[in-house]
Structures are given as structure tokens and as C-alpha cells.
Ligand binder design. Structure first.
Ligand SMILES: Nc1ncnc2c1ncn2[C@@H]1O[C@H](COP(=O)(O)OP(=O)(O)OP(=O)(O)O)[C@@H](O)[C@H]1O
Ligand SMILES: [Mg+2]
Length: 482
């Protein structure tokens, strides 16, 4: 199972959410402890003051009046006084509470302004040990844990029993439950945490989405450079850093285009300018007296002429040409097949395209023409199949020829490379056909894939992407076809 999200968006959000949750929990807990200890200090002072005052009053009145005063004091449910002849034995609960007990008895003595014997025990009063009207509370296990280890957060869980020896030697026993910060504050933390998470995640998502949108735009543009270097420059949007990248990227694309065009033009010019001297040479060759030599000269010069013509063709195919428009691929394929059939070739068509394809029609035609020409030249007959799908449109041309050795399958795409190197014009051309076809396919965001059919013969597939993400679909389409 993958726990870490794959996208930048997911990862950034995860970090933001985790960070926020942690800081919120930490700060709320700190806050809770802080307030809890403040509230406890106040409550302890008040309780000590109340006990000390009551003890002083009891000490001042006569023993006869004391009972009446005690009755008067015992109104509430969290404070109670009892009189005893000598200290009452009460067991403490936890050693963790010792320091609170010491603190409280020091405080009581401080407020008494006298050094009367004072002892404090923090305890859970059993039912039979509780004075009348006095209420103690029952604890859930988590509360028990909290009241034991963090007594100051939950002092109301236990009773404080303070015994003060009055001046006449009798003992006043005070039972008190301290007021405390309501524990429900801890529970209200969750909705608050959720609220801040929602706000934070929404804002974070907007911020991260802005950045990732620009990155995606950039990635798409990078894909398109390889496919159509002529496209419009990328809009410089998004945060300044991303804008800077896009600007640099646009500049790079511009330079690249300049270079490609420059070389294309140069090669085109060379090929073009070679035509005239070659034609002149051919004319002169006709005057050679020796017929054998003349024939050799003419053959070589014809080949040179063909090569320059093909080279020029090659650049025409990619550079300029017809604009892109919705092409009825079925009709295009049918017309290519018909042209070849008219020359007496054996060409069949099967399958259909579901909907038009946005392409440069003349270029696409050249591409198909080259594939069919190869099938006829090396395989005697051509079978064209159109396979249309969600992600790609595939036009497969298969033949009954010898196929191509696996080691040669990629090399035949190299310009001027021919498997059979003899320059016998009857058995082949200049070796540019597949290079041109692949160039055109890639120009459309697709590719040409060659493979040997199981029953013999070569299958050349023109794979054209149907969906947006060019590279992804080119790969998907190619693997799907294989
Ligand atoms: N259908 C095929 N069956 C067998 N071999 C092929 C097939 N198609 C191409 N080849 C081999 O690949 C080589 C390169 O093909 P490509 O179309 O690029 O050039 P060409 O056909 O020789 O010349 P051009 O197409 O420029 O007239 C061919 O020379 C041939 O050896
Ligand atoms: Mg060819």
C-alpha cells in the first residue's frame, strides 16, 4: 500500500496538514496545561484562605457556640467542616499528590497567621467517610489517570481533607473539593482543530494548485516542443519563479526553432543548388563516346538527382506544407489505396476511423504513401487496416514480404539507410521513405512502429495520439498496439 501521495500537490498538502495538526495539538495542549495550572493556583489559594478563616472563627468562639457556627458553614456540597477531639486518621491516595498536600498546608498556615498544627491529605473519600451533604464524584479511568498524574488539571476529582488544631487543642476537620478548569475544554479542542484544518487546507490547496497548474502547463509545453516546435509561446502566468522558468523555456524553444529552421533551410538550399550542376553534368555525360561509360555516368547522375529531389521532398514534408485541419482518415486512406490500385498494385483497406483527426492532410498522405510504397516494393501487396480507439488512431500497413531483421528494425529509419545496400534503382529508392514517414508521424505527436508479423511479412504502424498528453499517449498507444 502506498501511503505517500505521488503528486506534488498531494505531498505538499500532506505536509501542511500534518504540520498544522501537530502544531495545533501541541499549542492547545500547552495552553490547556498553562490555564489549568493557573486556575489550580487560584483555587488552592481560595480554598486555603477559606479554611484558614473558618479555623480562626472557630477558634475565637466558645466551644458551646462552635456547633452552631459549624452548622452555619456546612451549607454547600463541596465544603464541609466537622469538629473532633483529636486528629482523624485519613489515608492518602497517591504519593504523586504529596507535594500538593505540602503546598496546601503551607498556604493554610500562611493565611492562619499562626503556627497551628495543620495537615492536609488528598484522598477519594469513601461513602461512609463523607460528611452529610458533601458530594464526591466518581471517576472514569482516563480521569483517574489524569487526576493522579496531573492533579492540578483535575483537582475536583479528589477531596482535600485539612485538619487544623485549634488553640484549645480540639481539631477542626475541613473537607473541600477544589473548583477546576472544566475538562470539557479538551473536548471542544477537536471541532476547533477541524475548523482550522479546513480553512488551512482550503487556502493551502489554492496556493499549491496555483503552482502545480503552472508546472503542469510547463510539462505540457515541454512535450509539445518535441512535437510541434512552431506552436505559440507559453503564456507567462503563475508566481514569479514559475514565470521566470516559463520565460527561460520560451526563449529556449525560440532558439531551438531558429536552429532547426536554419539547418533545414541550409540543407534544402544545398540540395536545391545541387540540382542545376547535376542536370548540367547529365547533359554533358550524354556526349561521352564510350557507351558503357556513358551509361554508368548517367545512372550515377540520375541517382544523385533522385537523392537531391528526395532530400528536398523530405524538408518540404515537415517545413511548411498544408495547415492542420480535421481530416477524414478513412477517405484519405481510401484515396491513397485507389491511387496505387490504378497503377495495378494490390492494395486493400479494412476498418474505419470513428471521427475526423486533426492533421496536416498532405503530410499524412505522404507518410502513408511511403509505407504503402514500401509494402508494395518489398512485399508485393499492401493491406491497410484502420484501428481507432479512445487514446490513439492506428493505421497499419502489412505485406507478405521478407520483413526486416530485428537488429535492423530501428536503423531503417535513418535517412539514406537501406537494408539492401545495392543502389539498384529497380529494387529500392534512396532510403528516405521511412525517415520522412517517421518525421511526419512525430510531427503529429505520434510515431511509426515496425514489427515482423508472426506469419511473415512486415507490419508498419502509424500511431497517432487521440488524447491530449502527447508523450504519455504515444507510449500507451505503442505498447497497446504491441
Ligand atoms: N515493407 C518492407 N519489407 C521489407 N523491408 C523493408 C520494408 N520497408 C522498408 N524496408 C527496408 O527498409 C529500408 C528503408 O526504407 P525506406 O522506405 O526508408 O527507404 P527506401 O524504400 O529504400 O527508399 P525510398 O522510400 O526513399 O524510396 C529499405 O531499403 C528496405 O530495405
Ligand atoms: Mg521506401
Amino acid at each position: 500500500m502506498r501511503l505517500l501521495p505521488r503528486s506534488l500537490f498531494g505531498r505538499t498538502l500532506l505536509v501542511l496538514v500534518a504540520g498544522l495538526a501537530l502544531t495545533q495539538i501541541a499549542s492547545q495542549t500547552l495552553n490547556f496545561f498553562d490555564r489549568g495550572s493557573g486556575v489550580y493556583r487560584l483555587a488552592a489559594q481560595q480554598t486555603a484562605l477559606r479554611i484558614a478563616r473558618a479555623a480562626r472563627v472557630l477558634s475565637r468562639v466558645t466551644p458551646q457556640e462552635r456547633q452552631a457556627v459549624v452548622e452555619e458553614m456546612n451549607g454547600g456540597s463541596s465544603f464541609s467542616v466537622a469538629l473532633a477531639g483529636k486528629p482523624v486518621g485519613i489515608a492518602a491516595r497517591f504519593a504523586e499528590h504529596d507535594r500538593y498536600e505540602r503546598e496546601l498546608s503551607t498556604l493554610i498556615r500562611y493565611y492562619l497567621h499562626a503556627d497551628w498544627n495543620t495537615s492536609v491529605v488528598i484522598t477519594s473519600l469513601g461513602h461512609d467517610a463523607r460528611p452529610r451533604n458533601y458530594e464526591a464524584i466518581d471517576l472514569t479511568p482516563p480521569e483517574q489517570w489524569l487526576a493522579r498524574h496531573f492533579y492540578f488539571l483535575h483537582p475536583g476529582a479528589y477531596s482535600t481533607v485539612a485538619q487544623v488544631q485549634l488553640e484549645d487543642g480540639s481539631v477542626a476537620v475541613f473537607y473541600a473539593r477544589m473548583p477546576q478548569e472544566p475538562l470539557s475544554r479538551m473536548e471542544s479542542l477537536l471541532p476547533r482543530l477541524l475548523l482550522s484544518l479546513v480553512i488551512f487546507v482550503t487556502l493551502g490547496a489554492v496556493a499549491v494548485a496555483t503552482i502545480t497548474r503552472s508546472l503542469k502547463q510547463l510539462a505540457r509545453a515541454a512535450e509539445h516542443v518535441g512535437v510541434d516546435i512552431e506552436g505559440p509561446p507559453l503564456a507567462e502566468t503563475g508566481p514569479s519563479e514559475v514565470r521566470a522558468v516559463i520565460r527561460a523555456f520560451n526563449r529556449m524553444r525560440g532558439l531551438l526553432r531558429e536552429q532547426v529552421l536554419e539547418r533545414t533551410r541550409m540543407l534544402g538550399a544545398i540540395s536545391h543548388d545541387l540540382r542545376t550542376p547535376v542536370t548540367r553534368l547529365r547533359l554533358r555525360a550524354e556526349t561521352i563516346a564510350d557507351p558503357e561509360l556513358r551509361e554508368k555516368f548517367v545512372r550515377d547522375l540520375d541517382e544523385m538527382r533522385d537523392m537531391t529531389a528526395a532530400t528536398l521532398d523530405f524538408f518540404k514534408g515537415v517545413d511548411g506544407g498544408s495547415p492542420q485541419r480535421a481530416v477524414d482518415v478513412g477517405a484519405l486512406v481510401a484515396s491513397v489505396a485507389e491511387d496505387w490500385s490504378e497503377t495495378g498494385a494490390d492494395v486493400t483497406v479494412a476498418g474505419a476511423a470513428w471521427r475526423p483527426y486533426a492533421a496536416h492532410p498532405q503530410a499524412l498522405r505522404r507518410c502513408l504513401d511511403n509505407l504503402v510504397e514500401n509494402a508494395l516494393r518489398y512485399g508485393k501487396r499492401a493491406r491497410i487496416r484502420i484501428l481507432d480507439g479512445e487514446s490513439a488512431l492506428v493505421i497499419a500497413v502489412s505485406d507478405d514480404g521478407p520483413g526486416i531483421a530485428v537488429t535492423e528494425l530501428e536503423r531503417v529509419f535513418d535517412p539514406f539507410y537501406r537494408v539492401e545496400p545495392s543502389r539498384n534503382r529497380a529494387s529500392g529508392g534512396t532510403g528516405l521513405g521511412l525517415a520522412i514517414a517517421r518525421n511526419i508521424a512525430r510531427w503529429h505527436g505520434g510515431d511509426i512502429v515496425l514489427r515482423n508479423a508472426i506469419g511473415g511479412g512486415l507490419v508498419a504502424e502509424l500511431v497517432l495520439p487521440r488524447a491530449r498528453s502527447v508523450t504519455a499517449h504515444r507510449k500507451a498507444a505503442i505498447t497497446a498496439v504491441r
